[in-house]
Design a protein around this ligand. Sequence first.
Ligand SMILES: [Zn+2]
Length: 193
Amino acid sequence: MKVYEPVNLAMPLAKELDEIIMERGGVPDGETVRRILKEFGLEEACLGRGVTVFRNGDVIALLLPRGDVLMVDIIPASGELSDALEVIAYRDKQLNAFIVEILPANDIEYEGNIGLEPAIIDAETLELESSPVLGHFEEDEEGLFLVIDRETYERWKESESTDTCPVCGGELAWKGEGAYCRDCGYRVKVVRE
Ligand SMILES: [Zn+2]
């Protein structure tokens, strides 16, 4: 897994949070998120009052406990705030569902919809009721690509939005089990588990 910019961390983090919620039926606590961020190769930089800071050479992640709402802000180490993202997970009492979504920290210039849809997980059955398109990033000689697993791909196909880039909302051009986005330059590859 490669993390060079906020989206490279936000998408796999959101996917991991979805899976934990479906397994445990609750919003993961700070300690769980801390473990995930370390597994993703980030180092804990400091433990402030109520905020934990993680970083690698390219991104900084702030874990912000807010009662029942889990928030992780991800900022490029360059300080380019227009690329900053926030991953949030909470229980929506009206929908009786857990929601995990990726939001721009600065939404003024923002146009895309990362992951295409927020994860909506029924709080009773713990089933996924939406079709988020999330994965992690790998790198080859041509650069970074988003890895989509078979299950995510099947749901994505059913939602009839495979022409839309899950990273930026642009248009995807498919060739076999891979696609390329002319807008953000990311490639998408579908893998078997
Ligand atoms: Zn794109």
